[in-house]
Design a protein around this ligand. Sequence first.
Ligand SMILES: Cc1cc2nc3c(=O)[nH]c(=O)nc-3n(C[C@H](O)[C@H](O)[C@H](O)COP(=O)(O)OP(=O)(O)OC[C@H]3O[C@@H](n4cnc5c(N)ncnc54)[C@H](O)[C@@H]3O)c2cc1C
Length: 417
Amino acid sequence: MQHRPRALVIGGSISGLLAANLLRHIGWDAIVFERNAVNLIGRGAGISTQIQLRDIMRRIDIPFDDSMGIPVETLICLDRNGKTVLKEPTLRIMSAWARLYGALLDRLPAEKYCLGMQFVRAEQTPHGVTAVFSDGTRVKGDLLVGADGLRSTVRGQLLPQLQPNYAGYVAWRAMIEESSIPRNIREEVFDLYTFCLPEGELFLGYPVPGRNNETKIGRRSYNIVWYRPTDLAHGMIDLCTDASGRCHGMAIPPPLIRPEVVANIKSTARALIAPQAAEIFTSCEQPFFQPIFDLESPQIVFGRVALLGDAAFVARPHVGAGVTKAALDAQSLADALRASGDNLDAGLARYQHEQLSFGQGLVALGREEGAYLSAQAKPREQRIGEELHRDFDSLVHTHNARTEKIQRLVAARMAGV
Ligand SMILES: Cc1cc2nc3c(=O)[nH]c(=O)nc-3n(C[C@H](O)[C@H](O)[C@H](O)COP(=O)(O)OP(=O)(O)OC[C@H]3O[C@@H](n4cnc5c(N)ncnc54)[C@H](O)[C@@H]3O)c2cc1C
């Protein structure tokens, strides 16, 4: 290629921004196309990070300093009565989705981030690829990167049979400002990585950067992820049906969740969760839920099209590494293209070779970690061992062992193994 090669990146979330920034770093032109008409900064969720994410962000001149996240150094388990039944050291940096997104967006020239562009299909020739959008716009490039998430349109065109696999449970999520949590509860649990274990469920809470990404004490937020088995036939339809009776598939916008559904989850929290954690959860005005899926693509390169981030593989969120995986995907793609020079096919083949087994490994670890939650869909008499009853010791022991495996997998990929 004599000209400056151009990547068309579909999807303007974390993966798309990582890909565009890393490709620009190796000298490519990269344009991001996001279907939403306004930028995504308002999305609120806590994100657990891995050390490798920091190294990759630094490579594109984004300092991963103290403002990027909150270190959490102690893990506790609270029983139903709020008693601490297990306490041990841990080390995690908890960031916020909006903090990472904002930092990545700032690195990209504004004209390279195009909002309101709904990708419809890709057309390939031996010499290039054209992205076609819903308004009829056609844009040509050398490579098209599908970073358009779990329900990827890019993947849908190439692997139409492949569907995300529902894990059988949802994650209820809530973000609460530190200042609105009563002082005694704040002092007791705010700085800790807290587990509660209602039967067949899992509740997690930890501090994250607050409004405007503040990390100072008093201005942080508390993030809750509460996994609850939910069957597709009844539970999910009920959760996703709005007050007018319309069912929104498996993704209802949070403001449309019916008031009685919110009231019900809050009263369930009071009944099942340690009082300190329930108090924080119930003070959130708008808890929302996300169904948990996983997804494993058998192939992530198709001519001049490459899948990346959640569009390629989705590991259940227990692994806490979706963003780090997206960063490693983007880094692998950029390194492979740089190493292969003009030979795009060779670069893409190398990218697929490196990231396919890595994605499969993460998906497998996420499935292991969530297996006892998925097993709740079975009739009680068919459940065995931990599927019936899980205790804190075994939960924390297996969680720590799996966290180490995830860290080894990510470290090996970062080291180029
Ligand atoms: C409950 C839960 C907890 C999680 N916790 C963590 C955690 O602690 N740590 C962690 O690292 N990860 C976590 N993750 C995973 C993490 O959020 C994702 O892996 C990460 O954000 C990467 O997402 P993505 O950019 O690939 O996809 P998405 O964020 O889904 O972005 C896809 C983008 O593509 C756009 N798009 C879709 N279709 C089109 C189209 N046709 N045309 C144009 N644009 C389109 C969408 O609008 C969207 O902006 C969690 C996930 C869940 C569900």
